[in-house]
Design a binder for this molecule. Structure first.
Ligand code: GLC
Length: 745
């Protein structure tokens, strides 16, 4: 009892101390605000970009720069934040101007798109999500933060947590796929990775939940396009990952470019104040996306710059990235009385609060450490970690007759394809200061892995996106002279990412013809895909014996792919986005509604289907094979009838019935069969990644809580409705074993 009381005392003391610290911070902010002019307040709400040298990141030497005009603006208190300025030298120089030459001495906050690594490039977020390893995802963000903060950065514009159901949308590469439950867990992991346990530490950085909100719902999968969804879809599908990121402690949010049902996010009070502030209690600050305050006019939501400034500020956008409309318009709006200065104070308070949390008032130069910068960037441990998560991100889509893994003593291998010996594209989009010269290509990775007696012959065969087939001949000749062909094909890194949407998801150029030419040799062909989105590869799926989905795995791509090709790692990745058979099937996602005439394969059926396509996707959500086989027992429940406040335990025995040790992502889905509104046919509500040796069986238990069974009812009240539920456990969203239970009032 004594220890219990002691623990309580410590906890209360901690809370009181934290509260005292935060109220001390608020008092300091009050005192700063009291001295600031209107222009200085607006300065804190203005973010501008450095002249970053994104053209040559390989020669990273702190050479991002700011103009002389920007130096003057810092001195005059007209800039509170930079983006795209990095490096301990330049950030120290600009920070010195801010804290010694400006009147308020308020430190700058430096932000950058540290999306999947800073200098050590990790797999693109969509790839990392396929690892279903939340610890690895968190560590990836942790390492990115350690590197970025060693280069003077305080703030990353990540994690992007937008749910994406349309693979034509280029930014699907930047998130965690189509599922709200899993996307929420990944969002929280990334926030914790970036922010750590102490934001004032010099190796943690402010995260940014983006793009708020529903950016991934763009019509036609065209970036920035209109989002027109029901309020229910907004609440149930799109908002959960943002909320999870806020609940994990994210201290900034970025508005999305799109409108939602007629209101652009940057001017959307219901989103930025009613939901984000009043419901979710977010007390950090909101930054617009690039120029988005100005785009309120383009949307047709503001008739002038002045009205755009007023609408954005009153809705809840605290900082203006790169439109300068706050700088140009807010002073007059406040002086004329049209906008109350309290709105400026509110935004500045939120911004200064984050600067305090980062420790910038205690030590503005805490993050400008050239020694740390030299030791942290590309630290060998960081590179090892990049390879580890890259391996886990690879999804084995097909492996006929166990063609894979290959023997390291194989006599000869033809390594072909436009991405087989490519150093730039494996870095993917949003690769920050990723250095192509540091990338291990697939060809290099294979060369390092096989025996000295193995003959490796390389031929590019074709380009990623060209109609030129003149290289086929040499590649086909190479294939004929080898025991096996490894063809590395896919997209370029800039075919996905911001404003990189595609109307076709086929392999670009003549790559599919190239695969056909290789298959005509009769040699076994292994396709290694590098891409930023699901691709429509029906022909390859039906004709190629082995297919690895490797996404863009970062600088260790070649090593990770070789680890899997030759069995040093048994692939364990699972898809987080459905692969359609054709673009015509989009939107297609696993958690769809049943409709009154659910899909029926009978071609004569009057059901949800196309005349010219099967009713199933090419690969379902949660799909991924292993070099071993896993068998599932029937799920057992600890009860078949619970009340709306009970939890239920679902247990399943999973056996490794193959000959290799391996990892399996055991997935749990539910279906609320009848409700006051219709419910999806499946909803992911749990998963566990387990390791099993050959012949080993593990019992996997899931606790399904009332929270996991909750929904918005017909009156939009959130909670558990009574009725019958199905529970599904399996290796992907389609291949499951089921059980059922009921919930009674
Ligand atoms: C871009 C992106 C956003 C990014 C910002 C700063 O337009 O939409 O995700 O963080 O500008 O680069």
């Amino acid at each position: 009892m004594k220890y219990f009381m002691l623990a309580i005392l410590c906890w209360v003391t901690f809370l009181l101390a934290a509260d005292k610290k935060s109220s001390a911070t608020e008092q300091k902010i009050d005192s700063i605000l009291a001295t600031m002019t209107i222009e200085e307040k607006i300065g804190q709400m203005t973010q501008t970009t450095g002249q970053w040298n994104w053209h040559d990141p390989a020669n990273y030497t702190s050479n991002s720069a700011a103009s002389d005009g920007q130096r003057i603006a810092i001195r005059e208190g007209r800039i509170g934040s930079f983006l795209n300025v990095y490096g301990s030298t330049i950030t120290r120089e600009l920070q010195t101007i801010a804290v010694t030459q400006s009147r308020t001495k308020i430190p700058l906050i430096f932000g950058f798109d540290v999306i999947h690594g800073f200098r050590t490039t990790f797999p693109i977020p969509l790839a990392e999500a396929c690892s279903w390893d939340l610890d690895a995802i968190e560590q990836s963000a942790r390492i990115a933060a350690r590197e970025a903060t060693a280069a003077g950065l305080h703030w990353t514009f990540a994690p992007m947590v937008d749910i994406a159901r349309d693979p034509r949308w280029g930014r699907i590469m930047e998130g965690a796929g189509e599922d709200p439950f899993y996307g929420s867990l990944v969002a929280a992991s990334r926030v914790k990775g970036f922010q750590g346990n102490d934001l004032s530490s010099n190796n943690t950085m402010a995260s940014c939940i983006k793009h708020f909100a529903a950016y991934g719902g763009a019509e036609g999968g065209r970036d920035y396009n209109t989002v027109d969804i029901s309020h229910r879809t907004l609440l149930e599908t799109y908002l959960p990952p943002y909320k999870a990121g806020i609940n994990a402690g994210a201290v900034t949010v970025m508005t999305s470019f799109n409108e939602i049902n007629g209101i652009p996010s940057t001017g959307n009070k219901n989103l930025l104040t009613d939901i984000l502030r009043n419901e979710w209690k977010f007390d950090g600050f909101v930054v617009s996306d690039w120029g988005a305050v100005g785009e309120l006019r383009t949307h047709g939501f503001a008739s002038s710059e002045s009205q755009a400034a007023k609408k954005a500020l009153l809705a809840g956008t605290d900082m203006d990235m790169e439109s300068f409309i706050y700088e140009h318009q807010l002073s007059a709006l406040v002086k004329s009385g049209e906008v109350n200065e309290q709105y400026l104070d509110q935004s500045v308070r939120r911004i200064l609060r984050v600067k305090y949390l980062l420790g910038l008032f205690d030590d503005p130069f805490r993050y400008c450490d050239s020694v740390r910068e030299k030791n942290e960037l590309l630290n060998p441990n960081n590179v090892i970690a990049a390879r580890e998560i890259a391996k886990k991100s690879i999804v084995l889509l097909k492996n006929e007759k166990n063609l894979l893994p290959l023997s390291k003593k194989i006599k000869s291998i033809a390594v072909v394809g436009p991405l087989a010996d490519d150093k730039a594209n494996p870095l993917g989009f949003w690769n920050a200061l990723g250095d192509p010269t540091k990338v291990t290509t697939v060809l290099e990775g294979i060369r390092k892995t096989v025996s000295s007696s193995t003959k490796i012959i390389y031929a590019k065969g074709c380009e990623i996106d060209s109609l030129d087939t003149s290289g086929f001949k040499k590649a086909v000749e190479t294939a004929k002279r080898s025991d096996v062909v490894i063809a590395v094909v896919g997209e370029s890194a800039v075919m996905s990412g911001e404003s990189k949407c595609r109307s076709s998801l086929n392999l670009p150029g003549v790559q599919e013809e190239f695969i056909k030419a290789l298959l005509s040799t009769g040699k076994p062909v292994i396709v290694v895909l590098m891409n930023g989105r699901p691709l429509t590869i029906e022909y390859i799926d039906s004709h190629v014996p082995a297919i690895l989905e490797t996404w863009f795995l970062g600088m260790e791509a070649g090593n990770a792919i070789a680890d899997v090709l030759f069995g040093d790692y048994n692939p364990s990745g699972k898809l987080v986005t459905t692969f359609p058979r054709t673009v015509g099937q989009i939107p297609i996602h696993y958690n769809h509604k049943n409709s009154g005439r659910p899909s029926n394969p009978d071609p004569k059926s009057y059901s949800v289907r196309y005349l010219d396509l099967p009713i199933t996707p090419l690969y379902p959500f949660g799909y991924g094979l292993s070099y071993t086989q896993f068998t599932y027992g029937k799920p057992s429940l600890n009860s078949h009838s619970i009340t709306t406040t009970d939890s239920i335990m679902v247990s399943v025995d999973v056996k490794n019935s193959g000959s290799r040790a391996g990892e399996e992502v055991v997935q749990l889905y539910i279906r609320d069969e009848f409700g006051s509104v219709t419910r999806p046919v499946k909803e992911l509500k749990g998963f566990k990644k387990i390791f099993l040796n050959p012949d080993e069986t593990k019992r996997v238990d899931f606790i399904v809580t009332p929270e996991l069974l909750s929904m918005y009812d017909i009156d939009m009240h959130y909670g558990v409705e009574s009725g019958t539920f199905k529970v599904y456990v399996g290796t992907n969203s389609s291949d499951v074993q089921e059980a059922s239970f009921e919930v009674v009032e």
